[in-house]
Write a protein that binds this ligand. Structure first.
Ligand code: GUN
Length: 298
């Protein structure tokens, strides 16, 4: 039997409709317009595309967006100056510096310069520490927050479930584990984190009620690694050569979809799965930041 398809595209559209309404209410009731600043250093085509998508989506929600594009040879000091200006700007509630930065700029230093109250990426060490200790106000990083939202909204609440996370990156695996073990909505799961050095990975993945894969290895999770009835979320986005395709490549996840969908209870596709959720959670964080700045949210 084929699995239920968990469509990130549909869930993202549902959340964006809710956000649009709450942004309109903020304007009508409080005269408040959430503001997102994106900073792009250089002209990397993929980064340009991502930043463009973030600004376009913000505009569609009624969120004010400002894109700052800087020359590839911008100095670290200049970039830190731009971040300081945005920290002080009351019209801006969320700051996103697109990564990767050119090699001559220390990424850690720039991330640490962002006011944690405006860190809608959730990459600042203060945000990471607050998430890990589940204390104080922080923004969850967008991709793991999107995974949790997909599970809850598709009827697969992780509470009480054994979630196996494959991948230990700072952007997905580690923060996802922290989110899933929190108390309350989207949390209360039992979590195992696996990685490239886990012996007999299949023996662990087969114990999952929910399997989340974020390794960046095309189609590495095969049907024999998944027990019948598992819920599978695929965070991977990989380009693989495909001479049969007009473009010469195709986009696939870390899960061998056609095979695994025959054993899983539910599965997210690539594309159309986690991808559309990431930008949506960035917008959600920006709206939350504006509400916090106005004293409307904790
Ligand atoms: N580069 C690729 N993904 C991201 C992201 O989520 N945030 C930032 N700031 N840069 C990225």
């Amino acid at each position: 039997m084929s699995a239920q398809i968990i469509s990130g595209k549909d869930i993202a559209a549902e959340i964006r409709a809710e956000l649009k309404e709450s942004v309109a209410a903020l304007a009508a009731e409080h005269g408040l317009v959430p503001g997102l600043a994106t900073v792009l250093v250089g002209a990397d085509p993929a980064s340009q595309m991502y930043v463009g998508m973030k600004n376009k989506a913000a505009g569609e929600m009624g969120i004010h967006s400002r894109q700052i594009t800087l020359d590839p040879d911008t100095s670290e000091a200049e970039l830190l100056g731009v971040v300081a200006g945005l920290n002080a700007d009351e019209a801006i509630h969320g700051i996103l510096v697109q990564l990767p930065l050119p090699g001559h700029i220390d990424e850690g230093k720039v991330i640490e310069a962002i006011d944690p109250a405006k860190d809608v990426d959730g990459f600042h060490p203060v945000s990471v520490g607050r998430l890990a200790t589940d204390s104080g106000a922080f923004f969850p990083p967008c991709t793991p927050a999107g995974v949790v939202e997909m599970l809850v909204r598709s009827g697969h609440d992780p509470a009480g479930k054994h979630v196996v996370v494959v991948g230990r990156s700072n952007i997905v695996g580690r923060p996802l584990a922290s989110l899933l073990i929190r108390k309350g909505r989207g949390g209360d799961a039992t979590v195992t984190v696996c990685h490239s050095r886990t012996p007999d990975l299949a023996a662990v993945t087969r114990t999952a009620d929910i399997l989340v894969v974020a390794m960046g290895r095309p189609e590495m999770i095969t049907a024999e690694m998944v027990s019948a009835g598992t819920v599978v979320i695929d965070v991977g986005t990989n380009r693989v050569d495909d001479p049969a395709s007009e473009r010469g490549y195709r986009v696939c996840g870390d899960v061998l979809f056609d095979e695994v969908k025959e054993v899983a209870a539910a599965i997210s596709p690539v594309p159309g799965g986690v991808g559309p959720m990431t930008i949506t959670m960035l917008l959600a964080n920006t709206v939350t930041s504006a509400r916090r700045a106005a004293g409307l949210d904790d």
